[in-house]
Design a protein around this ligand. Structure first.
Ligand SMILES: Cc1ncc(COP(=O)(O)O)c(C=O)c1O
Length: 308
């Protein structure tokens, strides 16, 4: 990750070094935060944010679930104000390809009660490059984690809540320590849920399958984009329960996420997926997605938000 110069903090642009919180901030201690991850791409008309409105809508929904009011520096923030703030971060920094809007309980407190603890919001732009690294480009290696995806009954799994990500961090550690690029988590019913920061798709006997939202997944915006693009290309896409066996015996497997984009999986639990090489369907979707996010397909123009 390459850092940038300025971070949006509670309505002001501050120097990277000055965006600080106290060690006792509630969000830092208990994970009481909501965040987003958003990609910025270079298009013919300059930098553009991919599905900005959808990302900020998901952030607002997460804040509603956590009952965090979006009032910073005396000003209330709704969707339009947040969209403008994100664009400002891209404009005022160089080479931003990834943005992290972050709402957190800033107040210094010991104790779990989040009621009336003051909140803050930051929007940071960075240069991330490839999230899963160059190595995963030829085909990613993943493992099934021993950690389960937190259940919808334990946490708002469909929102990006900071505390929920402890499980993702544990699963990711497991993957990295076993020499894999990523980990896939099963849910408490034993069905495939998702990876630590990506949704998962399989292709088997001519159809595309992906876990349905009630399987405790985050409804990824990339997932939604890839489903739409796949349907437009004529594929049948089914949102359903997927067992581990179905995943291990799929012809093709790929992951989708804002940071990772579309990454093809060629090894799961030391077994080759299909013939062990990137498959035709995943490759087609990966290429199409790369064009769509850069505004090269006018059919998806409404997903592209130009910064200038
Ligand atoms: C747990 C989890 N699943 C899936 C995704 C993919 O979601 P999106 O495509 O909206 O980035 C993410 C990333 O945000 C994630 O953190």
């Amino acid at each position: 990750m390459k850092k940038t110069e300025k971070i949006w903090l509670d309505g002001e642009m501050v120097r990277w070094e000055d965006a600080k919180v106290h060690v006792l901030s509630h969000g830092l201690n208990y994970g009481t935060s909501v965040f987003e991850g958003i990609r910025v791409y270079q298009t013919d008309k300059g930098p553009a944010v991919f599905r900005l409105r959808d990302h900020m809508t998901r952030l607002l929904e997460g804040c509603r679930v956590m009952a965090i009011p979006l009032k910073f520096g005396g000003k209330e923030y709704g969707l339009e104000e947040l969209i403008e703030a994100v664009k400002q971060v891209v404009r005022e920094n160089k080479d931003v390809d990834y943005l992290k809007p972050f709402v957190f309980l800033r107040g210094e407190d010991v104790g779990l009660n989040p009621v009336n603890v003051p909140a803050s919001m930051s929007i940071t732009g960075i240069n991330m490059g490839m999230y899963l690294g160059k190595d995963a480009e030829k085909g990613a290696k993943i493992i099934t984690s021993s950690w389960h995806r937190p259940d919808n009954l334990c946490t708002p799994a469909g929102a990006k809540i900071g505390g929920t990500y402890v499980t993702s961090c544990l699963a990711k550690r497991e993957a990295v320590e076993q020499g894999a690029n990523e980990a896939v988590m099963l849910n408490s019913n034993g069905y495939v849920a998702e990876c630590t920061g990506e949704n998962i798709f399989i292709y088997k006997r001519g159809k595309i399958y992906t876990p349905k939202p009630s399987n405790s997944i985050l409804e990824g915006i990339t997932r939604n984009s890839v489903i739409q693009v796949a349907k437009d290309l004529g594929y049948e896409v089914i949102e359903t329960d997927i067992s581990r066996i179905e995943m291990l015996t799929a012809d093709e497997v790929w992951m989708t996420g804002t940071a990772a984009e579309v990454v093809i999986v060629t090894t799961i639990d030391n077994r080759s997926v299909g013939n062990g090489k990137p498959g035709k369907v995943a490759t087609e979707l990966q290429k199409k997605f790369a064009d769509v996010v850069r505004g090269k397909d006018k059919k998806y123009a409404s997903w592209i938000d130009q910064v200038n």
